[in-house]
Design a protein around this ligand. Structure first.
Ligand SMILES: Nc1nc2c(c(=O)[nH]1)N(C=O)[C@@H](CNc1ccc(C(=O)N[C@@H](CCC(=O)O)C(=O)O)cc1)CN2
Ligand SMILES: Nc1nc2c(ncn2[C@@H]2O[C@H](COP(=O)(O)OP(=O)(O)OP(=O)(O)O)[C@@H](O)[C@H]2O)c(=O)[nH]1
Ligand SMILES: [Mg+2]
Length: 452
C-alpha cells in the first residue's frame, strides 16, 4: 500500500493552466526543498526564502547559468503541510507565452525539478492525507464536468458528501464487527451468529449501499448526457418542436411533407441534463418518396434506434394512422399529441399534449423528459456518485452483506460470517483509500491531466 513506482519525494514541476497563449499562466512546483531550489533562480531570493505560507512574492525568474532574465512572475508560497499538496509548494504566475513557459520549465528542470506525472499533485495531496480518494476523484470530475449539474455534484463530492456517507456506513459495520470480534475471542461461550447480528441492521445497510451505488447512472447522465430523437410521420411538427427546444429556427419547417431530408442535431440542456437532440426525416406510410428521402429516412432510423429516448409526434389535427404506433419501443418512447392548438380532440390515453406553435405543454414535456431519462428525482443536497470504481466497490460491499445474511439464515458459524462482514468493510475502505493498492492509485491518477 502507498508504494508508487515513481519517487514521491522529488520536487516536481508542471504547467497547471492550459497549454496555449493566455494572459497569465500558472506553473506548479511541489516537493520538499522546492522553495530554496526556486530561490536560486529568483531575483528576490531572500524574500522568497522568508515568505510566510500563503503569501505572494513578485520578482524575476533568472537562469542562474547565464544570469539572463527568464520572465517576470509572481510566486505563491505554500509551506510544508499546508496548501493543496500538503507539502512545500510554489505556484509561479508567469506571462502566458508558450516559448516563455517552455523556457521556465527548462530552467527549472536544470535546477533539479522533474516533470510531474498526470495527477501527481493530487496524488501527493492524497498521500499526505489532505484529501481522501473520493475527494481526489471529485477534483478530476470537477475539471471534466460537462454540465452545470455535473459540476455542482462533483463539487459536493469534493466537499466530502461521499466520504461522509461511506464513513457512516463504516461506523455501522465497525459496531457490528466489534461485537462479533469480542465474541470470537471467547470461543468457549456458545453464542450463535444470529444472536449477535441483527439481520435488520444488515438489511438496512445493504439497502443504503445499493441506493448510493444506483446514483451512478444519474451521475453519468448529468456528465455524459443523453440522446433524444424526434420521430414521427411527415408534417407532424418535429422540426417545429426541435426549433422550440433549441430556441432558434435551426431546422426548416414547412407544410410540405418530407421537408427534413437528413437528421439535424443540436446540444442543449433540459433541466440540467446535457442532451443531444435529433430532428429526423419524417416517416411516410404507403407512399414512397424519392431516393434522397428514402436514404434520409434510413439514416434517421439509425439515429432513433441509438437514442436513449424517442419523442414520437403525432399530428393531433389528423390523428393516429392505423398501425403507425406498432414497432415503437415503449421503454424509450414518449408519445406526443402535437398541434394541440388545432387538434380535433383531446390527446388519447398515453399521449402528452403539446403545441410546437403556441408552446402549450412544453414545460410538462421537459419535466417528463427529465423524469424518463433519470428515472429518479435527485435532491440538491443528495450525494451522487460518478465513478465506476466507487460503484463497483459499493456493489461488492452490498454483495458481501448479502453473503452475511445468507450465512445467518444457513446457521453458519460466527467466524465464517465475520469474513464477509470484514470484506464489506474492506470494500468501503477502498472507496476512501484507506486500503488501496499502488496499481489502483496509478491507474486512477494517470487519467488526470498533467499539472493537476
Ligand atoms: N492558486 C490555486 N488556486 C486553486 C488551487 C490551487 O492549488 N492553487 N486549487 C487546486 O485544486 C483549487 C483550490 N484548492 C485548494 C485547496 C487547499 C488550499 C490550501 O491552501 N489549503 C490550506 C488551508 C487554507 C485556508 O486556511 O483556507 C491548507 O491546507 O493548509 C488551496 C487551494 C482551485 N484553485
Ligand atoms: N397549428 C400548429 N401547426 C403546427 C404545429 N407544429 C407544426 N405545425 C405546422 O405543421 C407543418 C409541418 O411542420 P414541420 O415542423 O415542418 O413538420 P415535420 O414533422 O418536421 O415534417 P417533415 O420534416 O416533413 O417530416 C408546418 O406548417 C408547421 O408550421 C403546432 O403545434 N400547431
Ligand atoms: Mg422536419
Amino acid at each position: 500500500m502507498k508504494s508508487i513506482s515513481y519517487d514521491t519525494s522529488e520536487p516536481i514541476i508542471a504547467l497547471a493552466s492550459a497549454w496555449g497563449e493566455s494572459a497569465v499562466a500558472v506553473l506548479r512546483a511541489s516537493g520538499h526543498g522546492c522553495i530554496p531550489l526556486l530561490a536560486d533562480c529568483f531575483s528576490r531570493s531572500e524574500a522568497l526564502l522568508k515568505a510566510p505560507s500563503h503569501t505572494m512574492v513578485h520578482g524575476v525568474l533568472i537562469d542562474p547559468a547565464t544570469g539572463d532574465a527568464v520572465d517576470e512572475v509572481v510566486c505563491a508560497v505554500y509551506r510544508d503541510g499546508r496548501g493543496y499538496t500538503g507539502e512545500e509548494a510554489v505556484e509561479i504566475f508567469s506571462h502566458g507565452s508558450m516559448p516563455g513557459i517552455q523556457l521556465i520549465l527548462e530552467t527549472l528542470r536544470a535546477r533539479g525539478f522533474r516533470d510531474a506525472r498526470p495527477g501527481e499533485f493530487t496524488l501527493r495531496a492524497f498521500l499526505n492525507g489532505k484529501i481522501d480518494l473520493t475527494r481526489a476523484e471529485a477534483v478530476g470530475e470537477i475539471i471534466s464536468s460537462r454540465s452545470r449539474a455535473a459540476h455542482a455534484m462533483a463539487l459536493h463530492r469534493l466537499e466530502g458528501s461521499i466520504f461522509r456517507r461511506i464513513d457512516s456506513f463504516k461506523e455501522g459495520l465497525k459496531k457490528l464487527l466489534a461485537v462479533v470480534e469480542i465474541q470470537l475471542d471467547y470461543p468457549e461461550d456458545e453464542v450463535s451468529a444470529e444472536d449477535l447480528i441483527a439481520e435488520d441492521d444488515i438489511l438496512q445497510l445493504k439497502g443504503e449501499l445499493e441506493t448510493l451505488a444506483a446514483t451512478f447512472s444519474t451521475g453519468r447522465l448529468y456528465q455524459e448526457g443523453a440522446r433524444v430523437a424526434l420521430s414521427g410521420r411527415t408534417n407532424a411538427g418535429k422540426s417545429s418542436l426541435f426549433n422550440l427546444f433549441v430556441r432558434e429556427d435551426r431546422s426548416i419547417v414547412s407544410d410540405i411533407h418530407g421537408t427534413t431530408r437528413d437528421f439535424v442535431h443540436e446540444q442543449l440542456s433540459i433541466r440540467g441534463i446535457p442532451v443531444t437532440l435529433y430532428d429526423t426525416a419524417g416517416l411516410r406510410h404507403g407512399e414512397t418518396g424519392d431516393t434522397v428521402e428514402r436514404e434520409g429516412i434510413r439514416r434517421s432510423g439509425l439515429v432513433t434506434r441509438e437514442a436513449d429516448l424517442v419523442l414520437y409526434l403525432v399530428d393531433g389535427s389528423t390523428g393516429v394512422r392505423t398501425g403507425e404506433l406498432e414497432g415503437l419501443d415503449p421503454g424509450k418512447t414518449l408519445l406526443l399529441w402535437n398541434k394541440a392548438d388545432i387538434a380535433n380532440g383531446p390527446a388519447p390515453e398515453g399521449f402528452l399534449s403539446v403545441s410546437a406553435v403556441t408552446g402549450e405543454g412544453f414545460a410538462l414535456l421537459e419535466e417528463e423528459i427529465c423524469r424518463r431519462l433519470s428515472g429518479v428525482k435527485i435532491g440538491a443536497d443528495e450525494a451522487v456518485i460518478d465513478s465506476l470504481r466507487q460503484r463497483d466497490l459499493l456493489v461488492r460491499s452490498a454483495e458481501s452483506l448479502a453473503q452475511v445474511l445468507e450465512g445467518l439464515d444457513a446457521g453458519m458459524p460466527l467466524d465464517a460470517v465475520t469474513v464477509d462482514l470484514r470484506d464489506a468493510m474492506d470494500a468501503l475502505g477502498e472507496i476512501t483509500g484507506e486500503v488501496t493498492s499502488a496499481e489502483v492509485l496509478e491507474d486512477m491518477f494517470s487519467r488526470f491531466c498533467v499539472g493537476k
